[in-house]
Ligand binder design. Structure first.
Ligand SMILES: *Cc1c(COP(=O)(O)O)cnc(C)c1O
Length: 470
């Protein structure tokens, strides 16, 4: 018998839409400023969308980090905050939710993801060791380097090609890991840093098969694997959708199996977990946990709050549970896909396949006449804001920073502008407005000129760099 889900009804009766599994209880008015005011705001911000005031932004697709809309249950949870300095009951709720859904033994709370990355890097990397990752992430790699590690990218080559439609473009190339083991020896590898989904590759997933095979390889050599679990729930959705044998498993079951192939995880709870702030480090090894929970009191806060208020831990515990609901994730990824498919239909170059949390415009293909040293993706983010007040962000040469040894720009193959979709915040009509704005910018691409950098901060320059028009 056919189940009457929106999808199967669609097959039976022609077009039937799916809809978000929630209704709106409270609204926050949006504001659009004039084009002249946007021109001024952009100049004041040095053509860096991170330096714009939120009040000057219409639709904010800068990031999906901490921008989630919380549910009525999460807001109710905020009122149950136990703000005791030590042993807050909300910490135990959070610990139980992490253990139930992610399956690790020990929890160290942190103020957000980079706090967890800092603790893990300090506790698990010895100066001179290598850390392998499936494409770098900005804060993750920086903490690994600050701890004396050398980052090595081991993602499959397809990930660096925006046109490749590989279904699991986030996968680790096991040959690259093996080569590093052969070259330096397993004891020189601190751990494998496995990110799911891979943000910098376009929100691309890692398959269960790849995680399992990586575990087997690492077991042979005694190498640990730590997950960047920031969007692991979204990753589980792609496994359910694309990998044989997982169609009838729940997201929760898939996530548990996936995490079981790793020794611990860092988490930015501002993403998957539908909260506005928070993070954690989870570990299975008691000695490492002991060290990390000692370090947390130096850098974050006591080991039962780690920089979060009790109410935030409660909202996060509830958010973890909500994020594992299959209907939530179908709507979340469905909305991203809706926007991506509109753009694809209009011939606008984006990273394929469409990822989990964002649409990545291919700025090289957009602006073939702007060289990478004139910051095409930064330019595109500026142009989109000028056209419509929509805020996006650069993921290209600016984000990639400079080579620690030579001082030259890192020149990534991918030069992307990210339209990141906050969870449960915008409607389909907003997505239509965004698609039309991108189209308008695309239509006048030939007359667009690049930028030059006039101020460059030392760390994570994309956040605070300033530019001028060429
Ligand atoms: C956001 C993010 C982080 C860092 O987390 P913060 O909460 O911003 O400190 C780490 N890894 C990935 C993949 C992220 O997207």
């Amino acid at each position: 018998m056919l189940q009457t889900t929106p999808q199967t009804m669609g097959q039976q009766f022609g077009r039937r839409s799916w809809a978000e599994p929630w209704k709106i209880k409270m609204v926050e008015p949006l504001r659009v400023i004039t084009r002249a005011d946007r021109e001024r705001a952009l100049q004041d911000a040095g053509y860096n969308t991170f330096l714009l005031k939120s009040d000057d932004v219409y639709i904010d697709l800068l990031t999906d980090s901490g921008t989630n809309a919380m549910s009525d249950r999460q807001w109710a949870g905020m009122m149950l905050g136990d703000e005791a300095y030590a042993g807050s009951r909300n910490f135990y709720h959070l610990e139980a939710a992490m253990q139930k859904y992610y399956g690790y033994k020990y929890l160290v709370p942190t103020h957000q993801g980079r706090g967890a990355e800092h603790l893990l890097s300090q506790a698990a990397i010895k100066p001179g060791q290598f850390v392998c990752g499936n494409m770098y992430f900005t804060t993750t790699r920086l903490h690994q380097e600050l701890a004396g590690g050398t980052f090595t990218d081991v993602i499959i080559d397809e990930a660096h090609d925006p046109a490749s439609t590989h279904p699991f473009k986030g996968n680790v190339d096991l040959n690259k890991v093996q080569k590093l083991i052969d070259a330096v020896g397993a004891s020189k590898i601190a751990y494998i840093s496995l990110a799911v989904t891979v943000n910098m590759a376009g929100g691309q997933p890692v398959s269960m098969e790849n995680a399992r095979a990586l575990r087997a390889l690492c077991n042979q050599h005694g190498i640990k694997i730590f997950l960047d679990a920031t969007r692991a729930m979204e990753n589980a959705y792609f496994i359910q959708e694309r990998e044989a044998g997982y169609q009838d498993k729940s997201l929760a079951e898939i996530l548990r199996e996936f995490c079981s192939y790793s020794d611990g995880a860092t988490m930015s709870a501002k993403k998957d977990s539908l909260a506005n702030i928070g993070g954690w480090l989870a570990l299975n090894d008691y000695d490492l946990f002991e060290e990390a929970s000692n370090l947390v009191v130096v850098y974050e806060g006591l080991h039962t709050y780690g920089g979060m208020a009790g109410r935030d831990m409660e909202a996060l515990a509830i958010g973890i549970e909500e994020s594992a609901q299959d209907d939530h994730m179908r709507a979340r990824i469905g909305q991203v896909r809706y926007l991506g498919e509109l753009l694809t239909d209009w011939g606008i170059p984006i990273v394929q396949p469409i990822g989990g949390h964002a649409i990545f415009l291919d700025a090289r293909a957009f602006y073939p006449h702007i060289s990478q040293d004139e910051f095409p993706a930064q330019t595109l983010a500026a142009e989109l804001y000028l056209d419509s007040g929509i805020r996006s962000m650069e993921r290209g040469i600016v984000s990639a920073g400079r080579n620690a040894k030579t001082g030259d720009h890192n020149r990534p193959k991918l030069e992307l502008t990210r339209l990141t979709i906050p969870r449960r915040v915008y409607t389909q009509a907003h997505m239509d407005v965004v698609a039309e704005a991108v189209k308008a910018v695309y239509d006048h691409r030939e007359t667009t000129r690049g930028l030059k950098m006039v101020f460059e901060p030392k760390y994570l320059r994309f956040f605070q760099a300033r530019f001028e028009r060429l």
